[in-house]
Design a protein around this ligand. Structure first.
Ligand code: ACM
Ligand code: ZN
Length: 526
């Protein structure tokens, strides 16, 4: 390089550095991030060089670059290159940003997708009008937990397909890899089933909905028909959309409880045979599936259709909050207890779940159940979702079962996020501020080190009794989901103070994404 060139080079780059207020903060925090000298700078869309393995990551990157609206359509001298590196773990990636070239190394599309999400945050932070500028750096990153989940209850309130996709975008951005889709409830059956059309004709709609809080008596109802369901075509679309973003969709088909919508569609599935309505009220209901053979025939048919829709390995079978009132008074259920030599209705629940597990295993799938499935004996291959605290998770891990932690005190995003609930939209109750989620440690202290491997991750749950609109869901989820992403992903979690600043710096991106987030962190700062 001659002197003139060196001078031009210096002026050019010092100019950029002076005017370049760079944000290199990524959520969740990468394992290693080393900032280097120099800047990747382009006013044309860089060339993307990719391998077919990384097609969906490369497509997302192309779409993200399109949004930068480069004015020049000249061919760029800069490139973004995807490289297969089989030495990396399945979700691991390396992102190297150099002045002329960005390299993404991964062993699978999952790793490449995570690299894209990190790169996209750097793009979103630093670039607006037709210019792509990113500080040179090297990121090496991989997740702490293999299961990083977010749940959404569409039974109590239902959300558009566009919103489901937007929710999935949010999950993908923060490197979650499982979307737990709670599809059946007392208040509505939300998945199309061809063999049993009344599930959708009757069970997908309720005549009325509670208007205030459950504890406000007397209860008031809106006397308005509410409901709907996702067609198989729509579900296929969601599953594909999620898969293109590295997210597995887990359907939840509740049994034996939370099934009043199904029992109202086919009263013979209940113990009494009485016609009940789809529930207009929140809570736990005694109208659960009877444990007679006809119910298993029905549920096996449902599973047959569900496994066709969801290619992932898990089917969530619920198992929570099933009052045994009707089983105690039912001749059929009592006969099953005798025939199977069961001790009581808890063992009957265990029989119910284990029998369904066998069927689901035969289909090549594994069950997840809420921690009540421990009562009366755990089905042999079940993964337990510990929600009533962590003791169920500990018990399951001690039995060498895999566990997903979702303790309600810290992982329920339907709780209030502010102490002063007077200024908050109506919520179910509780108080789970973002800091509490951020400080959550999924591996319980009391769990022996040899059993840590059974805790495969954690999940945030979004029950929607009090979330009538998608804007309300967003408000409850953002920004607390950022805290959970740090918990489940980061092997290098920052301090809460650093995290807090990262989240506040993220607000403009949330604005651009049209996400309705709560600003409690900002208020804390004031
Ligand atoms: C639950 O919250 N009933 C799992
Ligand atoms: Zn019965």
């Amino acid at each position: 390089m001659n002197a003139l060139k060196i001078t031009v080079f210096f002026i050019f780059f010092s100019h950029i550095n002076i005017h370049f207020s760079q944000n290199n903060k990524i959520i969740p925090e990468p394992y290693e991030q080393t900032i280097k000298q120099g800047v990747f700078y382009s006013i044309e869309s860089p060339d993307i060089i990719t391998e077919s393995d990384f097609n969906s990551a490369a497509t997302l990157l192309k779409d993200a670059l399109k949004k930068l609206n480069f004015k020049s359509d000249k061919k760029s001298k800069n490139i973004i290159k995807f490289i297969i590196n089989k030495n990396l773990d399945i979700e691991e990636y390396t992102l190297s940003i150099n002045p002329k070239e960005i390299q993404i190394e991964a062993s699978s599309n999952l790793g490449a997708l995570h690299a894209f999400q990190s790169l996209n945050q750097l793009i979103l932070f630093n670039n607006k009008k037709g210019v792509l500028k990113i500080q040179s750096q090297i990121i090496n990153d991989s997740p702490r937990f293999k299961y990083r989940g977010m749940h959404l209850d569409v039974g109590r309130h239902m959300f558009s397909l566009d919103f489901i996709k937007k929710y999935i975008d949010g999950l993908a951005m923060l490197k979650f890899n499982n979307f737990h889709w709670h599809l059946t409830e007392d208040q509505g059956w939300r998945v199309e089933i061809e063999k049993y059309p009344e599930l959708n004709n009757i069970g997908s709609f309720r005549d009325s909905t509670l208007t205030g809080h459950y504890t406000d008596k007397p209860w008031q109802f809106d006397k308005t028909r509410y409901g709907g369901f996702y067609t198989k075509k729509e579900i296929n679309e969601v599953v594909r959309y999620a898969s293109d973003r590295g997210i597995n969709v887990i359907p939840e088909i509740e049994m034996p409880g939370h099934s009043q919508a199904a029992v109202s569609s086919y009263p013979e599935l209940g113990c009494t045979g009485e016609q009940v309505g789809v529930a207009p009220l929140w809570g736990v209901f005694k109208e659960i599936y009877c444990s007679k053979n006809e119910t298993f025939d029905f549920l096996e048919d449902i599973i047959d259709e569900v496994v066709e829709l969801f290619p992932g390995k898990y089917i969530h079978i619920g198992g929570d909050e099933a009052p045994k009132t009707n089983w105690k008074a039912c001749g059929n259920c009592q006969n099953v207890i005798k025939r199977e030599e069961l001790k009581d209705e808890h063992e009957l629940q265990s029989y119910f779940i284990t029998r369904m597990e066998k069927y689901i295993n035969l289909k090549g799938k594994q069950i997840i159940g809420w921690d009540e499935i421990l009562e009366g004996g755990l089905a042999p291959n079940a993964t337990v979702m510990s929600w009533r605290g962590v003791s169920g998770g500990i018990e399951a891990a001690k039995m060498n079962h895999e566990v997903i932690m979702t303790p309600n005190a810290t992982c329920y995003l339907d709780h209030y996020q502010a102490k002063d609930t007077g200024n908050e939209p109506l919520a179910i109750g509780g108080y789970t501020p973002i800091e509490e989620i951020f400080n959550y440690e999924p591996i319980p202290n009391e769990l022996d080190k040899s059993l840590h491997k059974y805790v495969i991750g954690a999940q945030g749950n979004v029950w929607t009794e009090y979330m009538k609109t998608s804007k309300q869901v967003e408000y409850m989820v953002f920004p607390r989901i950022f805290a959970l992403s740090e918990v489940v992903w980061s092997k290098n979690k920052p301090s809460f103070e650093v995290f807090e600043k990262k989240v506040i710096d993220f607000y403009p991106i949330l604005n651009d994404m049209d996400i309705n987030y709560s600003k409690h962190l900002e208020r804390l700062e004031e």
